[in-house]
Design a protein around this ligand. Sequence first.
Ligand SMILES: [Fe+2]
Ligand SMILES: [Fe+2]
Length: 334
Amino acid sequence: MSDKQDIGAVAGLKIDVLTETGWFDDARFRADMAVGGGPDQTQYRVAWDAENAGGYAALLTITLLDGDQHKILLDTGWNTGWMDYVFERHGVDRMLERGEIDCMVLSHWHLDHFWGIESTLKHNPKIRLYAPTSWRPEDWMLLKEKGNIQVQDAGGRMVSICRNDVPHEGELILTEEAGPDGSGLYRLLPGVALHMFDASMLLQVRGENVIYVNVADKGLVTVTGCGHPGIMNLLDFARNRIASPGLYGCYGGLHLSIFDTWKPEFDQIIEDVTRLGMEKMGCNHCTGWMWAEKATTHGVPIIKGTDAYLSYPKHSAQAKGSHAFLGNGDSVTF
Ligand SMILES: [Fe+2]
Ligand SMILES: [Fe+2]
């Protein structure tokens, strides 16, 4: 179809799972959210347990057709201490300092993707940043104004729930659904584009950036933070709006059986995804272990993780022996 956009192609894409453990224990997270007013409350009103906070971040290494390599950081996690550890372990701190990371894409403003922003900015406050245009005043304070946001905990004490001492000074591209020119696509590199889905999500957050990479001779890879707009919507966008040899794979959080609760529509999504005929699905974070395990048994090409996550100092209470998630320290090549 002629209304498909040609974004070019890349020679290859490697994704390192820096950390996919937004938090370590679902029950703790849900309890904090319930005490703080439930999922319709803003995330800035909840006295989250800092010990339970981890974060989501991935490093994309893209090889262009001419052999040049470029890196994109997707998200910056939640807990600054955890993210400092993760970035040091993977050398992301030095990459940021040396200017080896082209830009950071913030998928969305949820705490487990954004509140660790200081861990990125302390190494490169001038990094180019893409973020959904639908920010809240607290998001802005944290990003631009040395924000230190406090709430009252259950014992009545004021506690800091997020803080950033290094304001962002670089170019900030606030992404909109129409894109910069009505095409719906922000071009990051030849073969790499971003679309912002204007969706509402829990904790009063709105808008999610999704990255699409067209790998030459293979096809499109969809890269997500949480996938809140719905995995089939993200894949339909790829199919209908971007010219490619087909859908090759996806990576990231797919927001399905999060908190290990099953809905009948998840069976349908397994069928729908199977029908698309992708070759590699790497999933983790808010996908939900139940969905990833069930999809594996139904023939969806789920890329299995390893025990690398066990070498991190903290682990997810939800992790299973099935390795249906790409875990912390794993990587996948498309
Ligand atoms: Fe998340
Ligand atoms: Fe999210």
